[in-house]
Design a protein around this ligand. Structure first.
Ligand code: PEP
Ligand code: MG
Length: 582
């Protein structure tokens, strides 16, 4: 068997070794033929039944979602239910059968192809992702039509016993669920990028994955031996036995390290030279608080509240009510048992649109996003502010505002917070009068005008995901420019350094809550820059904590000062790597 390797995008760390299980695309099995007039209604019925069956399947999956399932999964499945309920998917293919006499599969594919061609014409990263959702829903209906359970349940037990790596053109969020309960050890897909659904769910399940592999699902055969090196985004197919042994050894070492990490849960995050570091968690839904506490977080540094609004996209009138939001925020703060919860106000637009935001923007990442959207919809914003404030009566909450860049945006936000407080006082509803309000520093303009922010706000949180996107002018969800995404670019280092030191000088706490905070290769650099608050996905907390426990800031700081004077990328990379051996 030929050995070869494939390179894609690393999205979830670790090493997985197993036999390939290919998920074939149902579209490959579709036959195209014309039906006679008498058969039209029965063909329409066949397609309607398949759609109803998928509807039921998705509802059941959603209902049976275990409490430990990653919270994103439920939202993604809701999106699929919404797509399925849309007449462009559920009605128009029926019209195609009636008007063109196509068989059901052909009619469905014709409609899905037409929709996906429309999506291709729009240069909008979020809509590109939605195109995948439509394709996945189409695939599910096709499978129902073909009666082929082309799924995990088809894998025989002996195969399962030998650990399976799923190889597919694409995997839908609902399909991901089936993998959870079985011994699937990794994923390889042709499609996808850093922020694709497969990537997000694989990360939250903590399973190695590599995506964006172009034609892995064609090149890899059923039962091939596959190694996924999740850190490098490399897949090795039918490796030589020495390579396999080497990876097994690495895998065992990683497993041993992970076991050891579990013991650090209760250990306070204090550096070798005695500095205490705050290790906080990023969450999407209140249910994530349990994994945050499990991982020893001392609070929630970023509650991305937009996830409460997701799965309702396109249905602005179905925004969560004040009471519904209040319940979610209260649930989170109660679950954290007195530990602080930083709730970020709605960060919609760009890759997470509600109705109006998606209509016109050609460059949605530069459009009516986050606080810009909220200030344009003050009533909606007030509802959220009231809900957050009411929840602050049940435990410590900080309010975090995303995407601020102008002084007047800060002032307007503060004014609306005041207005919400005044209303609640008049209604005799309790809230924390002294609630802290902070800003995400994620636009270069903000990082370059810190006095504006420090004067008006209680804390800052650096969103490196967007700060890098906007500083380096690279769309964070466009895989064509993914190679330009570089947290070590000297411009980024300068902005991080300025923000952290300005905060320290003014006595205003500064956290980092972007992906950079969870990258152990950057922990020492951040410590040396003066960072004392790290917020990250709970799955990353313990390995970062271990890095902190082994670090001595007094040794790191002088080296990091030197790094800030470097401009050549190789020199920076080398110096950052050297921090690891201090
Ligand atoms: C960021 O931009 O770094 C951040 C934490 O926010 P999000 O990824 O939700 O935009
Ligand atoms: Mg952001």
């Amino acid at each position: 068997m030929a050995t070869f390797s494939l390179h894609g995008i690393p999205v979830s760390r670790g090493i997985a070794i197993g036999r390939a299980h290919l998920l074939r695309s149902a579209a490959l099995d579709v036959k195209h033929y014309l039906i006679s007039q008498e058969k039209i209604e029965s063909e329409v019925q066949r397609l309607s039944n398949a759609i109803a069956q998928v509807h039921e399947e998705l509802q059941t999956i959603r209902k049976d979602l275990s409490p430990e399932a990653p919270s994103e999964l439920g939202a993604f499945i809701d999106v699929h239910v919404l797509i399925l309920s849309d007449p462009i998917v559920s009605e128009q293919p029926l019209d195609i059968i009636r008007s063109r006499y196509y068989n059901a599969e052909w009619a469905l594919l014709t409609q899905i192809d037409a929709l996906s061609a429309q999506f291709d014409e729009i240069e909008d990263a979020y809509l590109r992702e939605r195109k995948n959702d439509i394709l996945q829903v189409g695939e599910r209906i096709l499978k129902a039509l073909l009666g082929s359970a082309n799924s995990i349940s088809n894998v025989s037990e002996p195969e399962i016993a030998s650990q399976i790596i799923v190889v597919a053109h694409d995997i839908s969020p609902a399909d991901m669920l089936q993998f959870r309960d079985r011994s699937f050890v990794g994923f390889v897909t042709d499609l996808g990028g850093q922020n694709s659904h497969t990537a997000i769910v694989a990360r939250s399940l903590d399973i190695p994955a590599a995506v964006g592999m172009s034609n892995a699902s064609i090149l890899i055969n059923q039962n091939d031996w596959v190694i996924i090196d999740g850190d490098a985004g490399v897949v090795i197919v039918n490796p030589a036995s020495v390579v396999l042994d080497q990876y097994r050894e690495n895998q065992n070492r990683l497993l041993r390290e992970r076991k050891k990490l579990g013991k650090l849960k209760k250990t306070p995050a204090i550096t070798r030279d005695g500095t205490e570091i705050h290790m906080l968690a990023n969450i999407e839904l209140p249910e994530d608080c349990s994994s945050a506490l499990e991982a020893g977080a001392v609070g929630v540094g970023l509650f991305r509240s937009e996830f409460l609004f997701m799965g309702r996209t396109g249905y602005a009138n179905k925004l969560p009510s004040e009471d519904e939001q209040f319940e979610s925020y209260r649930k989170a703060v109660v679950a954290m048992k007195g530990k602080p919860v930083t709730i970020r106000t709605l960060d919609v637009g760009a890759d997470k649109p509600l109705d109006k935001a998606e209509e016109t923007a050609l460059n949605p990442a530069l459009g009516l996003r986050a606080i810009r959207y909220c200030l344009a919809e003050p009533q909606m914003f007030l509802t959220q502010l009231r809900a957050i404030l009411r929840a602050s009566a049940y435990g410590p909450i900080n309010l975090l505002i995303p995407m601020l860049s102008h002084a007047f945006e800060i002032d307007q936000s503060l004014l609306l917070i005041e207005q919400a407080k005044t209303q609640l006082r008049a209604e005799k509803k309790k809230f924390d009068e002294k609630i802290h309000v902070g800003a995400m520093i994620e636009i270069p303009a903000a990082a370059l005008t810190l006095p504006l922010f420090i004067k008006r706000l209680d804390f800052l949180s650096i969103g490196t995901n967007d700060l890098i996107q906007y500083t380096l002018a690279i769309d964070r969800v466009d895989h064509e420019v993914a190679h330009l995404y570089d947290p070590l670019h000297p411009a980024i280092l300068q902005l991080l350094a300025t923000t952290i030191s300005a905060g320290a000088k003014a006595g205003v706490p500064v956290a980092v809550c972007g992906e950079v905070a969870g990258d152990i290769k950057l922990t020492r650099l951040l410590l040396g820059l003066g960072l004392r608050e790290f917020s990250m996905h709970p799955a990353q907390l313990l390995s970062v904590k271990q890095e902190i426990l082994n670090s001595d800031i007094s040794e790191i700081e002088p080296q990091v000062k030197k790094i800030l004077k470097l401009y050549e990328p190789e020199a920076i990379a080398e110096a950052v790597e050297k921090l690891q051996s201090l």
